[in-house]
Design a protein around this ligand. Sequence first.
Ligand SMILES: [Zn+2]
Length: 269
Amino acid sequence: MQFKIPPTRESGDIMSQVMQQVRRTTYLQDEIHISDAHCHLDLFEDPKRAIADAISAGVNLMITSGGSRKGNAATTAIANNGNVFGVVGIDPSSLPTDSAAIDEIVALIKGNQNLVGIGEIGLDAKEFPHTPLDKQAEAFVRQISIANDLDVPIVVHSRGAINEAMAIVEKHCLTRAMFHFFEGTEDDALRMAKLGNVISIPPRESSRRKRVINAIDITNIVTETDAPVAGKTPSDVKGVIEFVASTKKMEFGEVAERVSENIRSFFHI
Ligand SMILES: [Zn+2]
């Protein structure tokens, strides 16, 4: 069979390269690419329905995120078709109960081609201060080293701890990091973008986020809903794309396209 497709950033064994090419062919058949870089489909009452609704609203790529042992199992089950890929990890809120589940991440990712990274992982000094930050940092670094070993990217959760999170990424992360629901300043964004990391813009508009969007190149920007936590559904990503487009004075379609490429290139999809 002849594949008339542009070259992609390939990784992994022959089988995963073939899978990547097949996905790429399907991808090129879609007219417009609208992608949600971060959501939690397992938190919907009916994840299958949520996916079908998102696809009929034009969202053709979603990265659904785990964060707990239960969430990782659900994410693994959900990330099973060409539109939905998953990341698994243990987030700060789940550390008190699920820290032993960090040991399960390698097998989960090796066992499922649709799991494309580790997340969400990181530091939370705001919502979960009951776990001391140094304990959170220890689990964060441990999961980063698993990501380095597997050569997969990480999805970073940071609340009230952006400086600490950035320092850890700078020091330990040999792979790529996506800062989900980015909370930093434009200087922080530039500092991370320079290392090739990605800044994810959530459905919360603010003047600080406008400055962040203006400060960095579109190459380092992705859009997310964090649905159902922040956005109601993945289709709310269209509003985020509009926000980026109006801030950067670009066309909606161009931003949608660039963001989709960024997500695909970042996760090697
Ligand atoms: Zn999230």
